[in-house]
Design a protein around this ligand. Structure first.
Ligand code: ZN
Length: 454
């Protein structure tokens, strides 16, 4: 009897299986139909595209006539819109603890920044918080360099690692790696006074120990001689540039600002990437020179995410006048032009130029600042397409495992992190701020309420 019952049950299951149609091929998929697609691979834009997303990844992406919408997929008509990958910010400094970090996450996602790299200001507690947030659709993908390395008493040494011997440096690198950091950051520049700069043998020990332990070393520089020594020691990832931007002597045009042909050749040969970080420089005067930006509710919301005091400062006409009437103002702008020229020179030479902006420093708002940084790349002479590739694919390629990112471009198999724009960024790069919606890990980001209702 029992056997008969089992037989009957098995028969019933088989019959049910035969009676139901198999789920359609596109079940659970979403097809974005009709937008201009900028996939950031360097390919030309696709004017009328289909992008199919399922389970957080892109199933297919391309011309509408070559990219079928699978049966059963939900479709969304995006005619007139443009799709670009989510932005990758290689130079972020998170601030404070959990509640504040959540606001910084939200600001970034609101503006389509779906990946960030935190570069050297994170305590062990914050490293743990950032690592735990990995894989959340309501947070950007975040990499961290933990606590960075500086020279004792030098720039950014307070609260950071400041080893005096190679042995100590190696031990401190291993301590960071044990926390799970992805990068090891060092500041190689003099700001406090001449000579207070990590010596070459300690830099080399930091690089060697980082690489041996699977972390990627990255350095802040502002001098070509340091750049050369670091490349020779194995460094491939630079923040800032060889134009002096911090401390005594900065803000005055350099006599010979251009990277040498020899240094460019070294960079090309070793596959070096630069994140020149223009915002930290220009934002010292940008809102004084263009006060109309302060009327933008999105910019105000971005500032209020983390630093309402800075916004209040820029709202003050007397403060703005102080900045633009300063006798050094024209010099500062001329020096900044040299920094723009560095971006153009390196990009044209074929060196990987990524995007990052020091978001989280007083005048560089999370999220909004990435769009401003792209605008400056176009001011430097890059095309809008080049700026978008720099802000997405080039940045993604610097994340470990280096060169193997499964995000940053919009191709089959890649993670579905993307921005839908209302206007064409190739016509005007500032259109990247005209955001219709943002997708992170295949889910639409809730952007409501970030900008307070008027
Ligand atoms: Zn920084």
């Amino acid at each position: 009897m029992k056997q008969l019952q089992l037989l009957a049950a098995g028969l019933a299951l088989t019959l049910t299986g035969c009676g139901e149609a198999p789920p359609p091929e596109g079940a659970g998929a979403l097809a974005l139909v009709g937008a201009q697609l900028i996939d950031a691979t360097g390919a030309p834009p696709v004017p009328d595209s289909v992008v199919v997303v399922r389970d957080g990844r892109i199933v297919s992406a391309g011309r509408r006539d070559a990219t079928p919408v699978p049966d059963g997929a939900e479709t969304l008509d995006l005619a007139g819109k443009t799709i670009i990958p989510g932005l990758v910010n290689l130079h972020v400094h998170y601030r404070e603890g959990g509640e504040e970090i959540e606001r910084q996450f939200r600001a970034q996602l609101y503006f389509g920044v779906t990946t960030s790299r935190s570069t050297g200001s994170d305590s062990p507690e914050r490293v743990a918080y950032l690592l735990e947030s990995a894989g959340r659709p309501d947070a950007p993908r975040t990499y961290t360099a933990g606590l960075g390395f500086a020279y004792p008493g030098g720039f950014n040494a307070a609260g950071r690692n400041a080893p005096t011997t190679e042995e100590e440096a190696r031990g401190l690198v291993r301590d960071q790696v044990a926390l799970g950091v992805h990068f090891i950051k060092m500041w190689v520049n003099e700001v406090v006074e001449p000579g207070l700069k990590i010596p070459p043998e300690i830099r080399a020990a930091i690089i060697d120990e980082a690489v041996a332990n699977g972390a990627v070393p990255v350095a802040h520089i502002d001098d070509e001689a340091d750049g050369r020594q670091l490349v020779e020691a194995g460094l491939r990832d630079f923040l800032h540039s060889t134009v002096l931007t911090f401390g005594p002597g900065a803000g005055v045009p350099m006599d010979d600002p251009d990277p040498s042909a020899e240094f460019i050749a070294m960079c090309l040969e070793s596959g070096v990437a630069f994140t020149p970080t223009l915002s930290i420089v220009q934002n010292r005067w940008h809102f004084a020179e263009r006060p109309e930006l302060l009327d933008d509710p999105e910019l105000r919301a971005a500032f209020n995410t983390y630093n309402p005091g800075a916004l209040a400062g820029w709202d003050d006409p007397a403060r703005r006048a102080e900045v633009v009437d300063d006798p050094g103002f024209e010099d500062r702008k001329a020096a900044f032009r040299q920094l723009l020229d560095f971006v153009k020179t390196m990009h044209d030479a074929g060196v990987a130029v990524a995007l990052g902006n020091d978001a989280g420093t007083p005048n560089v708002p999370f999220g909004w600042g990435m769009h401003h940084e792209m605008e400056m790349y176009v001011e430097a002479g890059l095309t809008p397409m080049d700026a978008i590739v720099a802000a997405t694919a080039t940045g993604a390629a610097q994340m470990p495992p280096v060169g193997e990112a499964d995000f940053g471009t919009l191709e089959a198999g890649k993670i579905a992190d993307l921005i839908v724009l209302n206007a064409d960024p190739l016509a005007d790069i500032r259109n990247t701020l005209d955001i219709d919606r943002v997708m992170r890990l295949g889910e639409w980001v809730d952007r409501s309420g970030f900008v307070p209702a008027p």
